[in-house]
Design a protein around this ligand. Structure first.
Ligand SMILES: N[C@@H](CCC(=O)N[C@@H](CS)C(=O)NCC(=O)O)C(=O)O
Length: 208
């Protein structure tokens, strides 16, 4: 059975969400955070980077959530959470799927970390703050006339985006962004998200 190495408050819920959607059995191997909120060394024994998520399946050990989502969807779902390969929609979706852990992640993580550190503005660095605004505008523009990134149907890119939205909520950056706040509500209301959260715990720690 597929094993999901799931660190507390982590991106691993993305993978559990997809597995729930596909009704694919999986075993969750859970890890607590250290006092410094890092991954424990035990995860390095699973994959040299020592991060989560990592899956083990049929002799394959795979890190990086977008690669894992693609693998799981192709292996167990016939690729049903992506548009038809080779079409324009396929590449447009690929942009959003890759965007989440690349261009979008930097300023959003900076906002969440600065908020957690009790800074007055999150993110504190004006360059990062400007980048965050650009990214929030970009996402809000996309989601203004649709429920999910590609339209009516939840795709891998939406599952991938969810972690960023939990960070944005934590940083208080959805309060003046109704389109983005509504999208985050839709993601959290999805049955697969709820089932994954029950198995892996919440994506982000409760705000103090
Ligand atoms: N780009 C990777 C990021 C993996 C990652 O940074 N995971 C975090 C949890 S959300 C982690 O393991 N952090 C613990 C640490 O770095 O000590 C992915 O998308 O899977």
């Amino acid at each position: 059975m597929l094993k999901l190495h799931s660190l507390a408050y982590s991106r691993a819920i993305r993978v559990a969400w997809l597995l729930e959607n596909l009704d694919t059995p999986y075993e969750v191997i859970g890890y607590d955070r250290t006092e410094a909120f890092r991954a424990p060394d035990a995860l390095k024994a699973v994959h040299p980077l020592g991060k989560s998520p990592v899956i083990e399946d049929d002799g394959l050990t795979l890190a990086e959530s977008s690669a894992i989502l693609r693998y799981v969807d192709m292996t167990y779902g016939g690729g049903r959470h992506e548009p038809e390969p080779g079409t324009r929609a396929y590449f447009e979706h690929a942009e959003w799927l890759d965007y989440a852990e690349s261009t979008a992640a930097g300023p959003i993580l900076a906002a969440a970390m600065d908020k957690a550190a009790g800074k007055d503005t999150a993110p504190e660095d004006p360059r990062m703050a400007a980048q965050l605004d650009t990214n929030l505008d970009y996402m809000a523009d996309r989601l203004a006339d649709r429920d999910f990134v590609m339209g009516d149907t939840l795709m891998l890119a939406d599952i991938q985006m969810s972690y960023l939205f939990s960070l944005l909520e934590m940083a208080g950056r959805l309060e003046d962004r109704p389109v983005l706040a509504a999208y985050w509500q839709r993601l959290q209301a999805h049955p697969g998200f709820k089932a994954a959260t029950e198995k892996c715990g919440p994506m982000s720690p409760p705000s103090s």
